[in-house]
Ligand binder design. Structure first.
Ligand code: FRU
Length: 494
């Protein structure tokens, strides 16, 4: 049987595996002209199971080619999350001839119901650009006598001290280890007690430096995902800390809680390693789902997709720094401007509706607030399926309501509201990327992000704008649609 790869809900612009279950992105690395995306993968079912590393590559971060499974479970356990780096200087001794890739991952060993599982860190290396891998014969390279949650190593090269640094999720803290060869690791410090959100287990850390867009400052950023806790109706989320890192200790600048995303569907995100200096970007992507309902979402052949890759930077404001995220510029070549708009939306007049009927859409709105109490954007997927984004001037809130967006009844919390508070509503910039089964909202050039899955019968039929109790001026805005059709891959006969 030849089935078309174009299935219901399958995204055009986001990576989703051909079939079966996927969760966290792993081993994000750039090497020899390719971006590598490895990910938590269970090749036997569309729910979580013994983890492998799936693998895809891309030249532009948008269109991905799925390759063979990279890492299989072994005698040390399943292959949980981790990272990958290029060993340019053969610090490991694995690359006598030329540099290659090293994956640093968690082995998770189940030991029956009576005993706690064991989590250790292991290595694998590749001489052929990630196509085949060899596990290091000395695995594991790092374990712990008492810690049960001891996972998700993110390894970076720390230039100042000329050492590899591993950030590791260790229960309710992040531990830092250092090494000269990725094989012998030394404990440096532990961060997280009495700071940040502790509603769930800490997972998937990332540590990197970012420059501010609006000043000469730079800071270290520590991203920490917080697991689902059934006591709260929010599911899994991602927080970050801003501070300094001296090669041994991370020190947070203040104690405020920072959410990386105000939507429910961005988890376990990490950034790419080894992006060339000339490029200089810090590119991040997350798992576009939530542990609370990830195994119930209504896709049939595959489950889960990644967020759009996003370029990260910092914005300095009075209280400190905010992480800014914008879809990578490569996305632009997939769109052409279709409708340019410059209009005043007045509650006395009719709703302004723009016909779109496209498989994916990039909507940019710049709003000058005149007098309205509320500004409403309705993304009509079909005649009776829609997602609403509302800006409430009195409460200075942005809310996204997906309760009528299509299939929603697979989870109790899927329909509950998502939103955030803005500092000011005078001038607002919105970018909304709509794909077959997601809406990604970026506010004020990416200073806030809200990532949200949706399951409508089609992506977008029309978009309407309206206000209540007054006027909002829409300036310099546009609706963009596909410029080229994305290659639709045929599935092989199986
Ligand atoms: C985060 C996570 C990681 C773990 C992996 C297992 O989503 O729980 O901590 O390594 O998923 O699949």
């Amino acid at each position: 049987m030849k089935t078309n790869y174009l299935q219901k809900y399958r995204p055009y612009l986001h990576y989703a595996p051909r079939e079966h279950w996927m969760n966290d992105p792993n081993g994000l690395v750039y090497f020899k002209g390719e971006y590598h995306l490895f990910y938590q993968y269970y090749p036997e079912d569309t729910v979580w199971g013994p983890m492998h590393w799936g693998h895809a590559v891309s030249k532009d971060l948008i269109q991905w080619e799925e390759l063979d499974i990279a890492l299989y479970p072994d005698e040390l356990g399943m292959i949980f999350s981790g990272s990958a780096i290029v060993d340019w200087n053969n610090t490991t001794g694995f690359f006598a001839d030329e540099p290659g890739l090293v994956a640093i991952f968690t082995n998770h060993l189940e030991r029956g119901e009576e005993n706690e599982p064991i989590q250790t860190q292991s290595l694998a290396y590749s001489h052929d650009q990630g196509r085949t891998w060899k596990k290091y014969e000395g695995n594991p390279v790092l374990g712990h006598d008492t810690k049960v949650d001891f996972r998700d190593p993110k390894v970076i090269w720390h230039e100042e001290t000329k050492k590899w640094i591993m950030a590791l999720a260790t229960g309710q803290t992040i531990s830092f280890y250092s090494s000269f060869n990725l094989i012998e690791w030394q404990f440096e410090s532990e961060f997280g007690e009495n700071i940040g959100i502790h509603d769930g287990v800490w997972e998937c850390p990332d540590l990197f430096q970012l420059k501010a867009e609006n000043s000469n400052e730079q800071r270290w950023v520590l991203i920490v995902s917080v697991g689902d806790n059934p006591e709260f109706d929010i599911g899994s989320q991602t927080q970050y800390f801003i501070g300094s890192f001296d090669g041994s200790t991370f020190t947070a600048e203040n104690v405020s809680v920072n959410w990386l995303d105000f939507g429910k569907d961005n988890y376990a995100g990490v950034s790419f390693s080894d992006i060339p200096k000339e490029d200089g970007r810090r590119i991040y992507l997350g798992w576009m789902s939530n542990w609370r309902y990830a195994d119930q979402v209504p896709t049939e052949v595959w489950r889960s997709q990644m967020t759009l890759p996003r370029e990260l930077s910092l914005w300095e404001n009075e209280d400190g720094f905010t992480v800014v995220q914008q879809p990578v510029k490569e996305l632009e070549s997939y769109f052409s401007k279709k409708i340019a708009t410059h209009d005043t939306i007045d509650s006395e007049e009719e709703v302004k509706t723009y016909q779109v009927s496209e498989s994916y859409v990039d909507l940019i709105l710049n709003l000058e607030w005149i007098s309205a109490e509320q500004f409403n954007i309705v993304l009509h997927h079909t005649e009776d399926q829609f997602t609403t984004i509302k800006i409430d001037a009195l409460k200075k809130k942005v809310k996204l309501d997906r309760s009528q967006s299509g299939k929603v009844d697979f989870s109790d919390i899927f329909s509950s509201e998502q939103g955030l508070e803005l500092e000011s509503i005078e001038n607002i910039n919105l970018r909304i990327v709509i794909d077959s089964s997601s809406v990604e909202l970026f506010i004020n050039e990416g200073r806030y992000a809200l990532t949200s899955l949706i399951y409508p019968d089609q992506a977008c039929e029309s978009i309407s704008l309206s206000t209540s109790q007054g006027k909002v001026k829409v300036t310099n805005s546009s609706i963009s649609a596909p410029v080229q059709s994305i290659e639709v891959q045929e599935e092989e006969e199986r």
